[in-house]
Design a protein. Structure first.
Length: 259
């Protein structure tokens, strides 16, 4: 059942959720410390101890990090995978921008196919963690600070409730969708967690594949703009439209049944 109510919370519930939001920075600090400890262990394997691991923010960062990490891939693959997975889920869980750079880095290190198989579930797990944080700790704050976003999302969900999965899939496939905002708002408007997870897993596959494929030809690009060309965005938009077709057929079929 899809809940469409985001009315003002009762005072007692608001107070309780207001207190519980304090757990978010506690979780963030704990996750940061854990990620730091994993990275420290990885430095013991490195020949260049002066190299500083960080989240890449440019193509230049990716080139430097891929050279450093690829050198250690054959001898310390398990630790490398643990570090990358932890870092990726960390960014997704706390809605930290820049996942595109990690996607490209994965393609540069692991190759497009292994990276694709790695990135897709990591994206879904990290987004679901963000969903759970919002649902568990942040409901009253999301309602307070993003009322327009919630109202817009509510209306769209209500209009597509007969084909909700296909609509969610369309949103993820659409290249301009604000994924971080959808992760936060989804539990507030009552999107079931199983539909949320599957729609992220499948819906971001084209985006993820474009990124990891770019990583395998890293020397041919100089900026993020080289990844998402106009033609690439058009193809992703067309795929998103195709995802809406089953939903349209389902809605029309159900409407005929009720007539």
């Amino acid at each position: 059942k899809i809940s469409m109510s985001t009315n003002r919370l009762s005072p007692s519930l608001e107070d309780r959720t207001g207190m519980s939001i304090l757990w978010v920075p506690v979780i963030f600090v704990a996750a940061t410390v854990g990620l730091y400890l994993i990275s420290l262990g990885f430095h013991h394997h490195a020949s260049d101890s002066s190299f500083q691991l960080k989240f890449p923010t440019s193509i230049e960062d990716i080139s430097e990090m891929s050279d450093f990490l690829s050198h250690l891939k054959n001898s310390h693959l398990g630790h490398l995978l643990m570090l990358f997975c932890a870092g990726y889920i960390y960014k997704q869980t706390f809605a930290i921008p820049g996942s595109v750079f990690l996607n490209v880095l994965a393609g540069a290190i692991f190759g497009p196919y292994l990276a694709f198989l790695l990135i897709c579930p990591l994206t879904a797990v990290g987004a679901t963690n963000c969903y759970l944080l919002s649902r568990t700790f942040g409901r009253s704050y999301v309602v307070k600070y993003f009322p327009d976003k919630i109202k817009l999302f509510q209306d769209k969900i209500a209009n597509n409730k007969d084909s909700l999965f296909f609509f969610l899939l369309f949103l993820r496939l659409f290249p301009m969708s604000p994924n971080w905002m959808m992760n936060i708002v989804a539990p507030i408007v009552g999107i079931p967690i199983h539909l949320f997870f599957i729609s992220v897993l499948i819906g971001l596959m084209p985006y993820n594949f474009v990124c990891v494929q770019t990583g395998s030809v890293l020397s041919q690009i100089s900026s993020v703009g080289d990844i998402f060309t106009t033609w690439t965005l058009i193809k992703m938009f067309l795929v998103a439209l195709v995802a809406l077709l089953p939903g349209i057929f389902v809605s029309r079929f159900r409407k005929k049944e009720t007539e």
